[in-house]
Design a protein around this ligand. Sequence first.
Ligand code: VG1
Ligand code: CO
Length: 542
Amino acid sequence: MIRVVATTPFDGQKPGTSGLRKKVQVFQQPHYVENFVQSLFDSLKEFEGETLVVGGDGRYFNREAIQTVIKIAAAAGFGRVLVGQGGILSTPAASAVIRKHEAFGGIILSASHNPGGEHGDFGIKYNIGNGGPAPEPVTDAIFARSQAITQYRISDAPDVDLDIQGITRVEDMVVDVIDPVEDYAELMGALFDFDAIRDLFGTGFTMRFDAMSAVTGPYARAILEETLGAAPGTVVHGQPLPDFGGHHPDPNLVHAKDLYDLLMSDHAPDLGAASDGDGDRNMIVGRGLYLTPSDSLAIIAANAHLAPGYAAGIAGIARSMPTSGAADRVAAKLGITCYETPTGWKFFGNLLDAGLATVCGEESFGTGSSHVREKDGLWAVLMWLNILAVRRQSVAAIVADHWATYGRNYYTRHDYEEVDAGAAEGLVADLRARLDTLSGSVLNGLTVEKADDFAYHDPVDGSVTTKQGLRVFFTDGSRIVYRLSGTGTAGATLRVYIERFEPDAARHALDTQAALADLIAIARSLPDIEGRTGRREPSVIT
Ligand code: VG1
Ligand code: CO
């Protein structure tokens, strides 16, 4: 039976860079999930009888939220829900399932790289029929609806058994519990030369994949170990845990330090890789060499033709604005366009749908392509394996060769996490107000060429998105970017992105922080980060 429940709006059900993210306790409030999901469905049209894909990264509260989504979907009139067994679907797998089954859309339960567990974060994200994150007009409509909601409709059917594959019904709606890995693994097999990668492992090539006790474990085991012949034990922390083992499922130099340390040690495997909570991020580490995501994007773009799925070449590259300009140099050489978008994968959707871009990336450990409409951690790892299998060189040799050809973009991101929100907003507002006065000024010996607040003009639908990051460019081609995070759940996080291009191959082996020291000093003093936030040092450096 379908019940109609009276409710009142909650403040702040506004999706950020990637969905609605809050503390678990916020989501656990009575009616909170129901309100948001009903607001979502209320803002969509013509989904009667259509298919909805549902799955999450396995974090605490995943199963409870999925049951609620299923019961509200049944009451709203969806014809079918495809849900990953155990409530599991990585973000890229959900995107693949939506596309393959031509679903109306999908709901992904995840707070991605944010910590999980009872006291951690939870999140709900809606993806549209192309498999990608809902664009801003959709998320704006959901938020507007959430502020006016007076009731929701929900089935009172018993919970669906998420652990058994197969079909059941909730009201008139079919619920199909599917293998979360199968469709995704099949897609990967169609893109990459699995035989060549199998041969590579056959030569004794070794790797470690750290799934960080998050969603990619089952995917990585099935593909790397069971299909491609990587040695058992290649995948570590392969069991998804509700609290990610108490760790932060964020593959970077701080939270995947064990992996980094292993790759820098004298018993390093040939390749190290890690993925985040929901499987859309990747970190790539070679023996003795850490690779920035921006460099990884550029090298993938330059070598993508070595993988069968991209043998015809790539149509274009897209990168988020704060991502380094390394990919632009590859695009120039290939004679294709490199698009520059605001932070967040949703801005790539139109470019991918229109066939303008094939490969996309963000400096925040996100890389992907037109195969789905999300960034895809395991895809990036398989792309690297395919490149290594064809070139039969070490990661370090491939990277050195790339820099020798294109020059090196030294790049670092400094995050100041959980600072006082008012202080962070004041810092940005004040710097924004001073941008026009900066050009021509000399800071720490470097001359400012220009400064602006990044605005994006979408070439496909003509929409304009403003205030996407403050940029300070110097006459030597260096750049500093400031923006506030849209994914945090406590206080504000200030992100500072610092970059310098170095064409001289004799200067390609410097320590990144040392190579950027003068810019880092400017980046701190220009908006007086310490004075305004009380922080002398960033909390995370990547
Ligand atoms: C961060 C990253 C951004 C990424 C987003 C979602 O956003 O900077 O590049 O798209 O997380 O990634 P923000 O607003 O905090 O800087 V995921 O893997 O958390 O969905
Ligand atoms: Co993620």
